[in-house]
Design a protein around this ligand. Structure first.
Ligand code: B3K
Ligand code: ZN
Length: 844
């Protein structure tokens, strides 16, 4: 296997001026006829002519009309070409039906569809399949399917054919084609400059009733991007398609977004509030790519965060504007902590801009996406919102129609603000989560804050240089007033002090407010101080953070000192429950405990081998203690959180349901599940049904409800995914593997469908104590499924393998067992490049 290095980038020898494609669709013998106009790239070094192509059967090829016999390998094609411009034509045959990898052109439930990012186009035809080769596309689709779609504007149609023309030059990874028996949920949008755009969401007829919300989300996104970024849509039509078999969430193909159906289809009965929120965010994300990704794309795949980090940052801003900004911040920071810190602290750590890869699909990670978005958030905080907008205007003006780099991106900020961002740029090249150590002193009214930054080594990066980071701090008076309102300190040195004068009393520090930098703050505090911040901090994120710290403190004491749950923690929770004026969603978040996986990370950080069973037990008994102590308050909270009127998935109602379900889950520990059963019986929406089912499953009950649920929803694949994953995740640890195994034998299990694999196999590691069972059977089970899945869909197998990335946190015995399973996977015959790279990186 070959490793690709950023340092080896060379410009393409030839550029494509125009791409013409004809598809004669057939399930097992689709013909793709291409006509490509090539022009030598004056800025490229001398090189051989090469077109990517994989798993293609070449029928014929011509240059300027003359038949040629190119040299074909399993990677692509080479041939002699004229010195000047020329036209290359080819006809190839492919089999969409046999394409279980779901990359390139494949079939999903009788629908033809494509997924080309990152390197799937080379499975469709021979082409310079690299993002810095951009061309206008003209596509003709021939098929007897009723709906034939591709990118751009419709150029014509007739019986059995349709033509599409995309005037905006694009790289091949943004190409898309869909053909099938689909129905449109129509919509319309008029841009700020008065251009009418036809909107369609294409689904199976049976799903037509579940598209309203997605359409509204699309329209809101289009409006928001005009208002917030001055970006208008640029074609006459925008098509969005939902398919059932999809390797990830969705794809931003120009003018033809393709979605995993779980991120489009929603009705109150079938989708939870959480799903609604995700649909809104992902529809926005893919739409926003039209400018950040499509109009300005990436020079090469190392620059992936240029489009992904920025587009995530934009969708986060959108959600904050549509819903509650503090709650959104807590969700995003929570994801960073639970998922990105895990990646950054283990064998899969890599910089936001990686320097090398074997398989690029393995780098669509929380680091590239979410940490990439955090890096942009830091820039935003450092320069302020006005300067940020000016820089973005310059970015669009300067790079529209180009394939850009991280250097280009930072340069627009440097040029428009006059700031030097050379130190800031380290966020793109250095992996690992910085530790921020805090020292404080107070004397004669002067408070001194000393910050020390240090970043641990990561694979291939032993030594780290200091980062340039914004650290938002506020100081609170002992009575809870804000003595010093939020200030953004700029930390650039390894160790740096900041002073605040004229204070009456020693203040209480609230640091890294709003999660201003993606770092781990290490600091000596007391339970009393954490309880104070949980009760009084004016920064909602830090209230949440203080609650977490307090919970961890008591959980650690329970695990290692045999203590009973701390009264400080229980008292603080009581106060949160009684804070009736507080946004219910925020209250629900404040009640939540850190996950078992995060607690395992804490154990390892403290130099102890994580014991998943013990962590699980401590967490369960803390919940029991909260439930016992606050039964009255929980009942009141539960009542108070009931919604009135018809169901709406908006921030207000969903916040209440989140709180109701949080209270319910605690109440169930004391009432044997009566309240949950009652909620399940009367629920008219999935949020309440599922919340009740979860509450029951987590107390080892819910058999009857599971059966009723299955009976009602067996025909709905998306609901059945939830039914399956909840059983696995919430099973008692000793039953988790058995439940998972049984589900793989369920008639509805389908080992070719990514959603189903994620819902069953992917859910087991989320049951940490079950997966890490001391017998090691969970590890062997996952390894079996990795080997099996790899033959069907390498991308999904590689993704599922990341469950092993935390192996170092555990004791010697578990480490050995995980390594033995990784070794077994490594030896499996015909291992894909995708899974091989992951296993190599995770092996000791
Ligand atoms: N750009 C796609 C992800 C493609 C993943 C390829 N393995 C979706 C998104 O980030 O919007
Ligand atoms: Zn994206």
């Amino acid at each position: 296997t070959e490793t690709i290095h950023l340092a080896d980038y060379t410009p393409p020898g030839w550029l494509v001026e125009r791409t013409e494609l004809t598809f004669r669709l057939h399930p097992t013998a689709t013909r793709v006829i291409s006509r490509l106009r090539f022009r030598r790239n004056p800025r490229a070094p001398e090189q051989a002519f090469f077109l990517h192509g994989e798993d293609l059967t070449l029928i014929s090829a011509r240059i300027d009309g003359q038949e040629i016999t190119p040299e074909v390998t399993d990677k692509g094609l080479t041939c002699d070409v004229p010195a000047g411009d020329f036209t290359f034509e080819a006809e190839v045959e492919i089999s969409p039906e046999d394409n279980t990898r779901l990359e390139g052109l494949y079939m999903s439930g009788g629908i033809y569809c494509t997924q080309c990012e990152a390197e799937g186009f080379r499975r469709i035809t021979y082409y310079p399949d690299r993002p810095d080769v951009m061309a206008p596309f003209h596509v003709r689709v021939e098929s007897d399917m009723p709906v034939l779609l591709s990118n751009g504007n419709k150029a014509g149609e007739g019986e059995g054919w349709a033509e599409w023309d995309d005037p905006w030059p694009k790289p091949a990874y943004l190409f898309a084609l869909v053909a099938g028996d689909l129905k449109a949920h129509p919509g319309a949008f008029t841009t700020a400059s008065g251009k009418d755009v036809e909107l369609n969401i294409w689904v199976r007829e049976a799903d037509l009733g579940k598209c309203d919300f997605a359409m509204e989300a699309l329209i809101k996104s289009m409006r928001w991007d005009e208002e917030k970024y001055g970006r208008e849509y640029d074609l006459d039509i925008f098509n969005l398609v939902a398919v059932s078999d999809f390797n990830m969430g969705a794809m931003e193909n120009k003018g033809l977004n393709i979605f995993n159906s779980k991120l489009v289809l929603a009705s109150p009965e079938t989708a939870t509030d959480g799903t609604y929120e995700r649909i809104e965010a992902v529809i926005a994300h893919e739409y926003f790519h039209n400018w950040t990704g499509n109009r300005i794309t990436c020079r090469d795949w190392f620059q992936l965060s240029l489009k992904e980090g920025l587009t995530v940052f934009r969708d986060q801003q959108f959600t904050s504007d549509m819903r509650s900004a503090p709650v959104k911040r807590i969700e995003d920071a929570g994801l960073m902590r639970s998922h990105q810190f895990r990646e950054d602290g283990g064998p899969l750590a890599h910089p936001v801009r990686p320097e090398s890869f074997v398989e690029i699909n393995n780098f669509y990670t929380v680091t590239v996406y979410e940490k990439g978005a955090e890096v942009i958030g830091m820039l935003h905080r450092l320069v302020g919102p006005e300067a940020y907008r000016k820089a973005l205007d310059l970015y669009f003006e300067r790079h529209d129609g180009e394939a850009a780099t991280v250097e280009d991106w930072l340069r627009v900020f440097e040029d428009s603000t006059g700031r030097d961002l050379s130190q800031f740029k380290r966020w793109y090249s250095q992996a690992g989560t910085p530790r921020l150590n805090v020292e404080e002193s107070f004397k004669d009214g002067t408070y001194t804050l000393t910050l020390e930054q240090q970043t641990p080594p990561t694979p291939g990066q032993e030594r780290k240089l200091p980062f340039h980071m914004p650290v938002a701090v506020g100081l609170l008076s002992p009575n809870g007033d804000e003595a010093v309102p939020t200030q953004v300190l700029e930390l650039t040195e390894p160790r740096q002090s900041f002073t605040f004068e004229g204070l009456g009393a020693r203040p209480i520090l609230s640091i890294n407010r709003d999660f201003s930098a993606p770092v781990i703050v290490t600091r000596k505090t007391t339970a009393a101080e954490e309880a104070f911040l949980l009760a009084s901090d004016t920064d909602p994120f830090n209230r949440w953070d203080a609650g977490r710290a307090l919970a961890r403190r008591t959980l650690q004491q329970m695990m290692h000192e045999g203590s009973s749950p701390s009264h400080v923690y229980l008292g603080a929770i009581g106060q949160v429950l009684a804070e009736h004026g507080l946004d219910p969603a925020l209250r629900a978040r404040l009640l939540g405990l850190p996950g078992e996986d995060e607690l395992a990370a804490d154990e390892a950080a403290a130099g102890r081998a994580a014991d998943p069973a013990r962590i699980h037990k401590a967490r369960e008994s803390l919940k029991d203690a909260v439930a016992r102590m606050h039964v009255g308050a929980l009942q009141r909270t539960y009542m108070e959180a009931q919604t009135e009127g018809p169901y709406a998935p908006d921030a207000e109602q969903s916040g209440k349901r989140l709180l109701a379900n949080a209270a319910l889950s605690l109440l169930s520990r004391g009432d044997g599940g009566d309240t949950a059963r009652e909620q399940f019986a009367r629920a008219d929406n999935m949020t309440l049904s599922l919340g009740a089912l979860q509450a029951l499953l987590s107390i080892g009950s819910g058999e009857a409800e599971l059966a009723a649920f299955e009976e009602r929803w067996r025909g709905d694949e998306l609901v059945m995914d939830m039914w399956m994953s909840q059983q696995v995740q919430l099973a008692a640890p000793e039953r988790a593997l058995e439940v998972t195994r049984r589900l793989t034998e369920h008639p509805a299990f389908n080992a070719k469908n990514p959603n189903r694999l994620r819902a069953v196999i992917g859910a087991l590691p989320a049951n940490a104590a079950g997966f890490h069972d001391a017998s090691g059977e969970g590890y062997a089970f996952l390894a079996d499924w990795l080997i099996r899945t790899d033959k069907v869909n390498p991308q999904i197998a590689a993704r599922l393998s990341t469950a092993f990335q935390t192996w170092k946190r555990y004791g010697e015995r578990r480490q050995e067992m995980i390594q033995a399973q990784l070794a077994r996977v490594a030896e499996a015959e015909g291992l894909s490049r995708d899974l091989r790279e992951m296993v190599v990186r995770m092996r000791a």
